[in-house]
Design a protein around this ligand. Structure first.
Ligand SMILES: [Zn+2]
Ligand SMILES: [Zn+2]
Length: 368
């Protein structure tokens, strides 16, 4: 019989091994396009790639190991030009300072031009991966715009007779096992309804996925549209601007509809992401208002279901108001936030024929 102290330490070692197993050997069961369940390995590098805490307080002139990774991050999201993509250094140069300032502006942060703690925290938080870069001509033209919601370039919307009626369907093949189809349908039903309450647009589920206006599917990895998914807490999903209608979610995520029954620390709320992606489907870009559904950052195990005033004003600019919509149904808090946040961007670019938005959730070490 071991002494009590050794028994206790052995127990904790055993417990640590058990708790670490899912992270040492991450794998998820998902269903492939043919409908067969298979295991996929999770890219462990992806889980740690955005740990920028060592860069805190860095400013122009600093040279810190890992700065090149931050540059790659900014390049990925459109803050640094493509020609810099292959040869980033660890020096905090003028170009990076400009990227930091732009990032701070678009995320509604204090513009310090340095990697202050708030900025690093934001960089290390889950966020939408849509490239935010827009043409400088658009930037100048809208320099004094004070609204915070954005549109795709050209402000595309669904051009249909009023009231606009859109159908949506779920791919019968590109599905997940993590949640039942009923749970997925219910989450999307609530998400669509939230937008329908504020604009004269009706959504109806169609059983014919191929002909539906909005086509919802869960994919793994490279799925042929140039925006591959990358496993747990990488890219969560993306959708296309009007009137494309494709809404894709990463099938590798730990999708949840109830955190009360889902203990996973990396669980992601399906309804929050669905509401965000439907915003893109309708024609909205990202907002710098933190309370907005269209804000690009969303932490795991959090929900953001309710539209903020900023979301409503943005989508009503495209479609007008639902006659039954009452402004005071929104919280005053969101109105206050909308009025105080700093933003000078109002358009996002279209790349190729459509603009893709991607929710990118970056896992940051053991912070959660
Ligand atoms: Zn987005
Ligand atoms: Zn896709």
């Amino acid at each position: 019989m071991l002494p009590l102290s050794q028994q206790i330490s052995s127990f904790f070692i055993f417990l640590s091994i058990i708790l670490c197993l899912p992270y040492c050997f991450p794998a998820r069961k998902v269903r492939d396009p043919e409908g067969k369940v298979k295991n996929i390995e999770i890219d462990s590098a992806n889980l740690q790639r955005h740990s920028f805490s060592r860069l805190t307080h860095a400013g122009q002139g600093s040279r810190i190991s890992g700065m090149s990774e931050l540059k790659r991050y900014f390049h990925r999201f459109g803050y640094l030009p493509p020609q810099s993509g292959s040869n980033f250094t660890d020096e905090f140069d003028a170009e990076l300072e400009s990227a930091v300032a732009t990032y701070q502006m678009r995320l509604g942060l204090q513009i310090t031009r340095q990697l202050d703690p708030d900025t690093v925290l934001s960089l290390m938080s889950p966020r939408c991966g849509m490239k935010d870069k827009f043409p400088s001509s658009v930037h100048k033209k809208l320099f004094h715009v004070t609204r915070h919601y954005t549109f795709f370039q050209g402000m595309p919307r669904w051009e249909r007779p009023q009231p606009v009626r859109l159908t949506y369907g779920f791919s019968p093949y590109h599905v997940i096992d993590k949640l039942s189809l009923d749970d997925v349908r219910a989450a999307f039903d609530r998400a669509f309804e939230r937008w329908a309450q504020v604009i004269p647009v009706e959504f109806e589920e169609s059983l014919d996925y191929e002909t539906a206006d909005v086509r919802i599917a869960f994919y793994l990895g490279d799925h042929g549209d140039g925006e591959p998914f990358d496993g747990v807490l990488g890219i969560l999903g993306h959708s296309f601007s009007p009137e494309d209608g494709r809404l894709h979610l990463d099938g590798a995520e730990m999708w949840a509809v109830d955190f009360g029954t889902e203990p996973a620390p990396k669980a992601v709320d399906l309804e929050s992401v669905a509401t965000h992606e439907i915003g893109h489907i309708l024609g909205l870009g990202h907002s710098s208002v933190k309370e907005a559904v269209m804000y690009p950052v969303l932490k795991p195990r959090t929900t953001k279901h309710d539209l903020a005033l900023d979301d409503v004003e943005g989508v009503q600019t495209l479609y007008g108001s639902n006659p039954n919509y009452k402004l005071n149904s929104l919280s005053r808090q969101s109105e206050t936030a909308s009025n105080t946040a700093v933003s000078q961007w109002a358009m996002v670019p279209t790349e190729l024929s459509v603009t893709i938005s991607a929710l990118v959730f970056a896992l940051l070490g053991s912070s959660w």
